[in-house]
Design a protein around this ligand. Structure first.
Ligand SMILES: *Cc1c(COP(=O)(O)O)cnc(C)c1O
Length: 394
């Protein structure tokens, strides 16, 4: 049990370590015990009857809920400032289940143009088969009023966006959604709740690929959704029906990762600022996309809306694809790998990873050029990172 109602509100780094558990009793486990079980016993049929009638909160089967996962869920809810959370088998499980919990055939979604490739493809390839219409708006929300129809149900955004780190004005987006009675959803994977909390701006649901910064160590696939108790209840029904539940072992690793989120995000942001400043001055680099730089089109908004600028950036290598590939083939500290948010620094070409199977026009809308390299700045010593970039660009 938590002491949520009796204690003072903690700051995020403390929440990341302690929320979800009360470890002040005799022989309380300091580490998070893994309930490595698929099912749970009941004392008698009366208790089972109560469960079937929805009157008991007892665990029955891990796809419905599990004590290890409940700890992580309570922690994430508190980190994002929501009433409830659900952890899921992947970020896409959280995203698809949250969207499908709110959409039926004939309904419409307004979504930002710059989205994680998987989310974009879900909306492009699968939603039409379900009769769900998607209308895209650029991250600056230009002309968004013209996209609303009586069938619009959901506004879906990412900020900062993948891969070129444009920002959506969360305050403006949430107000727009509320004005039109839409459910506002934000993918907060890049920022983490340490840097921005979309629910505080008026969003209804926050989605995460917990594979990334929340897990933080490139060793799990995981997701999460956070929102009101009612909203998360609907998402949990979808997760139960579609099967995107998290394994308790992944739950342990996710919780272990979240414990160090405060120091990690601070260091990711510090390292990224140093790397961005180095790249910005490099003669072989055409452009650096990092919201912490004054040259970034959304720098002022980033200062307003985020506590720091995070560890993600992209840059365009002069000369396009061939020199960008050469750079990626030559890094020795950075790893050439998809994904992001782990302790290891990574480089990747979006056109060959998150943004594969997209047309030239789609890539242009996403802000991706042939020479765009996406960088996830890790926790190594910044001097080693910069030295590696210098030799790989030489
Ligand atoms: C990786 C990612 C996803 C998908 O999450 P998975 O855990 O891979 O399913 C969604 N959104 C963003 C922004 C991501 O980076």
């Amino acid at each position: 049990m938590t002491m949520k109602n009796t204690r003072k509100r903690w700051k995020s780094a403390t929440v990341a370590i302690h929320a979800g558990t009360d470890r002040h009793g005799v022989n309380a486990a300091v580490g998070l015990p893994i309930s490595r079980t698929s099912n749970f016993t009941f004392v008698d049929t009366e208790e089972m009857k109560r469960w079937a009638e929805g009157k008991s909160k007892a665990y029955i089967y891990t796809r419905y809920g599990n004590p290890t996962l409940s700890v992580v869920e309570e922690k994430l809810a508190e980190l994002e400032g929501g009433e409830a959370a659900i952890v899921t088998a992947s970020g896409m499980a959280a995203i698809s289940s949250t969207l499908l919990a709110h959409l039926s055939a004939g309904d419409e979604v307004i979504a930002s143009t710059q989205l994680y490739g998987g989310t974009y493809r879900l909306m492009r390839d699968t939603f039409p088969r379900l009769g769900i219409v998607v209308r895209h708006v650029t991250p600056d929300l230009a002309g968004i009023e013209l996209l609303v129809t009586p069938r619009t149900r959901v506004l879906y955004v990412e900020s900062p966006t993948n891969p070129v780190l444009r920002l959506v004005d969360l305050d403006k987006a949430a107000k727009f959604a509320r004005r039109h009675g839409l459910v506002a959803m934000a993918d907060n994977t890049f920022a983490t709740p340490l840097l921005q909390r979309p629910l505080e701006f008026g969003f209804h649901a926050v989605l995460h690929s917990a594979t990334k910064y929340l897990g933080g160590h490139s060793d799990i696939i995981a997701g999460a959704a956070v929102g009101s108790g009612e909203l998360i209840g609907k998402v949990r029904e979808m997760i139960i029906e579609l099967g995107g539940s998290m394994d308790p072992g992944a739950g342990f690793l996710l919780d272990r990762g979240i414990k160090s989120l405060g120091v990690r995000v601070a260091r990711h942001s510090e390292n990224a600022m140093k790397v961005a400043r180095f790249l910005e001055k490099h003669p072989r680099v055409a452009r650096v996309h990092y919201p912490g730089l004054k040259s970034h089109p959304d720098h002022a908004l980033a200062r307003r809306q985020m506590k720091a600028f995070g560890g993600m950036m992209a840059f365009d290598v002069k000369g396009g694809l061939a020199p960008a590939r050469r750079f990626c083939d030559r890094v020795r500290v950075f790893l050439l790998a998809a994904s992001l948010g782990g302790v290891e620094s990574l480089v990747v070409l979006p056109a060959f990873s998150s943004h594969y199977n997209m047309s030239e026009a789609e890539l242009r809308t996403a802000g991706v050029t042939a020479g765009t390299v996406r960088v996830s700045v890790g926790l190594e010593d910044a001097e080693d990172l910069i030295e590696d970039l210098r030799q790989a660009l030489a």
